[in-house]
Design a protein around this ligand. Sequence first.
Ligand SMILES: [Zn+2]
Ligand SMILES: [Zn+2]
Length: 94
Amino acid sequence: MSTVQNPIKLICTNAECGKEFIVIPQEATFYEQKKLPLPDHCPSCRHKQRMALRSERQLYKRTCDKCKNNMVSVYPQEAPYLVYCTNCFWENIE
Ligand SMILES: [Zn+2]
Ligand SMILES: [Zn+2]
């Protein structure tokens, strides 16, 4: 169950960005459970990093961590990252 109740406000550490971004409770709980640090880049910077890596990486069939629809990602299902489909990704950063 979720132990994080409120969205967490963080600042993107990308010097060219520096935007405030919100980690939603669902995502914070996920990082907590996986004993991972909270992200230090805003979703759009993380998205750009993923895009930059994409061409060198294999794509995996997996399900979206939010809506559970089938999707394709650079991360396999067992990767320690929350992976959202395009719909959920854009929903999340609003
Ligand atoms: Zn950023
Ligand atoms: Zn989804």
